[in-house]
Design a protein around this ligand. Structure first.
Ligand code: OXD
Ligand code: MN
Length: 596
């Protein structure tokens, strides 16, 4: 519906607060038109046509990839910009040492200046959306106002968007307010600002997913983590999967890994032939909202409705389900294009055809030494496209979580899998986890950074308080119902730099051990850093696995000297949190004692 104004008569919402806010933002940004998105197929078709006509989307080969389009970003706008991302709380201490902070009054004033008249000559789209299953008590409503058609079409995939959201909102004023304006994509006027006290986000100057699809990192993590702190639940950077054993028993596992460490691959992995009786179903691939349920256990929903996955490295071997799901109704961003209008990226396991255009649309040469697809190129796909999609993703109750896995990219030190001694030790493992950086955020790649619970760029408040909140959740749950906490590392290398573990589908062997531990069965050996599967084969099922006994021993080796060498880093990392809960200091002391 296109309207030049936001009167009750012409807007489809019965929420007066929403009408007033849309009116207020329109008065500031002065768009030529306002379009309220209804989420219908007709709307999708109309907006897609407009996007193609405007050159925002390129239609791909509709025979090979029906419903698929390619978007090429401005080359200066291809990843999250953490240095331009701010948490604007009245008190700086509430943003904590890991967030950029700016004063809310000054920041609002500056942004208002930039937004004034910024949508002149443009359309302002009103995108109402629900995060979480419709009608779930765990769900939340957000509304994004944006001048970007690309954002609207992506939001349509990533969230439950349109009339359903207005229905869920009803007359309420309880919704996240997100204002997004691309301005002129000038990095000098790019800012992603969060005002948790007002449940508000203002993002300007970027069209990149993590900066511009405000439902995702901005609302479902940074703002939602604050809502979770205040309302007693957790908003986490975690996938959720259902693991079905050969007996048909399903256990739900969530897992936190930093960006581009394989969450999407793990969430929908295909077990190898020897493991074909195990099945994996995807509930979510990036975000989990978790709450202690009436039974005292931890229940989780995936607030999203689609996947915004990293394309390079995705292949039939690494993620067959992803290759199938991006076959139709997918928006690709910054991948390479073949002469017949198909897509290509590095690591697809298909040789690049002649005549390829790179992610910027330039002819690409095989030996040029430059990548054809941007390393952070993406696909946006509806979650129902995934052959492994779990219908429990739509269950308003969520799913009961039996295990939480933390992990990162570590070439050394960290064993293939480790189980925490108890919840508090698990929180300590999450608080001190580290990973070598990737291309999902701008900045150096391959540097070890401590990324607590994979939330470093996404926790909207002081991380010291966040750790305390995790401990409180542990106290709130029934002790016997709390998930077990694990730590995995698929990326360990030998001295020559060779990966010791094949990863991908074979990771299901590790999940099977986790499953058995949760069922109170699998064997485990105690070490100073936690419990690991015994090396003698009682632990990880290695039947049919092409990994030597020496490599297996190395993968599960706990080198006390290496761990001792890490203690000063742990101490320095934890020291930055003034209000660190004493339990975590105690955990560090206890680890030091156990290491001797
Ligand atoms: C993502 C990210 O896009 O973590 O999910 O960067
Ligand atoms: Mn992510």
């Amino acid at each position: 519906m296109t309207t030049p104004n936001t009167d009750a008569k012409s807007s489809p919402t019965s929420s007066r607060a929403l009408r007033d806010w849309v009116k207020e933002v329109a008065a500031l940004t002065k768009p030529d038109a306002i379009v309220w998105c209804d989420g219908s197929e007709g709307e999708k078709n109309r907006l897609t046509k407009q996007a193609v006509a405007a050159g925002i989307l390129i239609e791909l080969n509709q025979e090979k990839r029906p419903g698929c389009y390619l978007h090429r970003s401005n080359p200066n706008d291809v990843a999250r910009t953490e240095q331009l991302t701010f948490v604007c709380t009245p008190k700086k201490i509430d943003a904590g040492p890991t967030n950029n902070w700016s004063d809310p009054v000054e920041t609002y004033a500056k942004l208002r200046g930039w937004l004034d008249g910024s949508m002149r000559g443009r359309t302002m789209y009103v995108v109402p959306y629900v995060m979480g299953p419709l009608g779930s008590p765990l769900s939340k409503v957000g509304v994004e106002l944006t001048d970007s058609l690309y954002v609207v079409l992506n939001m349509r995939i990533m969230t439950r968007m349109g009339m359903a959201a207005l229905e869920q909102l009803g007359e309420s004023n309880d919704f996240n307010r997100g204002i997004h304006c691309t301005l002129d994509l000038n990095p000098e006027r790019r800012l992603i600002c969060h005002f948790p006290q007002d449940n508000t986000i203002i993002s300007v100057g970027s069209g990149y997913g993590g900066n511009a699809l405000l439902s995702k990192k901005c609302f479902a993590l940074r703002i939602a983590s604050v809502l979770g702190r205040d309302e007693g639940w957790l908003a986490e950077h975690q996938l959720i999967l259902g693991l079905q054993s050969p007996d048909g028993e399903t256990t739900y596992i969530s897992a936190a890994f930093p960006s581009a460490c394989g969450k999407t691959n793990l969430a929908m992995l295909t077990p190898p032939a020897e493991f074909k009786d195990w099945k994996i179903f995807t509930v979510g691939d990036d975000i989990a909202w978790m709450r202690v349920g009436p039974d005292g256990g931890l229940w989780a929903v995936n607030p999203e409705n689609g996947y915004f996955g990293v394309a390079p490295g995705t292949s039939a071997k690494s993620n067959l389900n992803a290759m199938k799901m991006v076959q139709h109704d997918t928006i690709f961003t910054n991948v390479a294009m073949t002469p017949d209008g198909d897509v290509w990226w590095e690591g697809m396991d298909v040789p690049p055809p002649d005549g390829l255009l790179d992610w910027q649309g330039r002819p690409w040469k095989k030996d040029s030494g430059v990548k054809a697809a941007h390393p952070n190129s993406r696909f946006t796909t509806p979650m129902r496209n995934n052959p492994a999609w779990s219908p429990s993703a739509d269950d308003p109750r969520g799913v009961p979580i039996s295990a939480i896995i933390f992990g990162g990219r570590r070439a050394s030190t960290v064993p293939l899998v480790l189980e925490s001694i108890d919840w508090t030790h698990g929180v300590f493992m999450g608080a001190t986890m580290g990973s070598e950086t990737t291309a999902a955020a701008s900045g150096a790649v391959g540097v070890l950074r401590r990324d607590p619970m994979a939330m470093l760029p996404f926790c909207g408040y002081n991380m010291g308080d966040y750790f305390a909140h995790w401990l409180e959740i542990g106290n709130k749950a029934e002790p016997g119902k709390l998930p077990k906490i694990f730590y995995v590392n698929w990326f360990r290398k030998d001295e020559g730099g060779r990966f010791l573990w094949p990863g991908f589908g074979e990771n299901s062997r590790v999940l099977a051990w986790v499953f058995e531990r949760c069922a109170g069965r699998g064997a485990a050996s105690e070490t100073p850093i936690g419990l690991i599967p015994p090396v003698d084969g009682e632990g990880i099922d290695t039947d049919g696995l092409d990994v030597s006994a020496e490599d297996m021993a190395e993968l599960l080796n706990v080198d006390v000297a290496e761990w001792k060498a890490q203690l000063p880093q742990f101490r320095a990392h934890l020291a930055q949190f003034e209000n660190l809960p004493p339990e975590l200091h105690e955990q560090l002391d206890a680890l030091e004692n156990r290491l001797g």
